[in-house]
Design a binder for this molecule. Sequence first.
Ligand SMILES: Cc1cc2nc3c(=O)[nH]c(=O)nc-3n(C[C@H](O)[C@H](O)[C@H](O)COP(=O)(O)OP(=O)(O)OC[C@H]3O[C@@H](n4cnc5c(N)ncnc54)[C@H](O)[C@@H]3O)c2cc1C
Ligand code: FES
Length: 272
Amino acid sequence: MVTREDLTAEILSNAEVAPCHYLLALAVSPVYRDARPGQFVMLRPGGLGIPFLGRPLGIYSLSGHARGARIEILYRAAGRGTKVISTRCEGDRLEVLGPLGNRFTCFPGMDTAVLVAGGIGIAPLVFLAERLTTGPAKDRVRVVAYIGARDAATLLGVDRVRAFGAEVRISTDDGSAGHRGPVTELFRNEMGSFDTARTGVFACGPYPMLRRMGEIVADRPMPCQVLMEERMACGMGACLGCTIEVRGPGGPEYRQVCTDGPVFDLRDILWR
Ligand SMILES: Cc1cc2nc3c(=O)[nH]c(=O)nc-3n(C[C@H](O)[C@H](O)[C@H](O)COP(=O)(O)OP(=O)(O)OC[C@H]3O[C@@H](n4cnc5c(N)ncnc54)[C@H](O)[C@@H]3O)c2cc1C
Ligand code: FES
């Protein structure tokens, strides 16, 4: 049974790590010990304040803590909700619902995992990189991470992913670090070097980037999972606010990103 304790988190730290980007560490209840890469929380400052609805944020890391578990969340102060969260300090409490949603899964026979991250889309992929390089698959899976950002200042997660032993390829829109241009194009230039039968692709980023990934892998039989960052209101399948269209056997079908996702097979998505 979910208790009141499970629904609050204590802020351990909340620091700006790049312009408008924050790393939040939370002490959460033991229910988070089994959280997996791809899962997310609905977070809100609490009380009757703004925002009234929680904001979905992915889990960036998970470790032990006396209270049960410690999770980190890497977030961009995009609008009202995340800006309010960015003003909260160590010792403050937040309302938290989670861990929610499904998770990334390894593909059968996969010996190479290619991660493609655009902007803050790196957050859930860092957790995935950590599990791939430290979990049961660690001796048989090579991890290659394509990390893209607007500029060098907002390029995040690179050191962590490298520390896990992953190979990293960087791109920035303005060319201030790595390849100049979208991360999708850097991946497209190099994807011929991966064995399609043994490579799995995992992507997260803005909607247009994921749609472009769909075009890029269309002619290559590489399995690919994407984490869809749809807007959400309830996070629990009740409001239908996060509905997307997917391919069904008899035509388009509807799915809720919060409960059926947020991770989907890229080829199932019917892009808007
Ligand atoms: C499963 C999931 C995991 C996510 N993980 C992370 C994460 O780890 N780190 C992170 O920074 N963000 C993440 N997001 C996106 C995050 O939820 C939104 O940025 C946040 O809800 C914006 O709320 P806000 O009140 O700050 O902005 P609002 O005031 O609601 O909106 C500000 C601006 O952001 C846009 N926006 C709002 N929601 C989204 C969205 N879901 N996707 C793209 N643009 C949006 C609005 O259109 C508007 O332009 C995730 C979303 C989902 C669904
Ligand atoms: S956010 Fe309410 S149904 Fe998904």
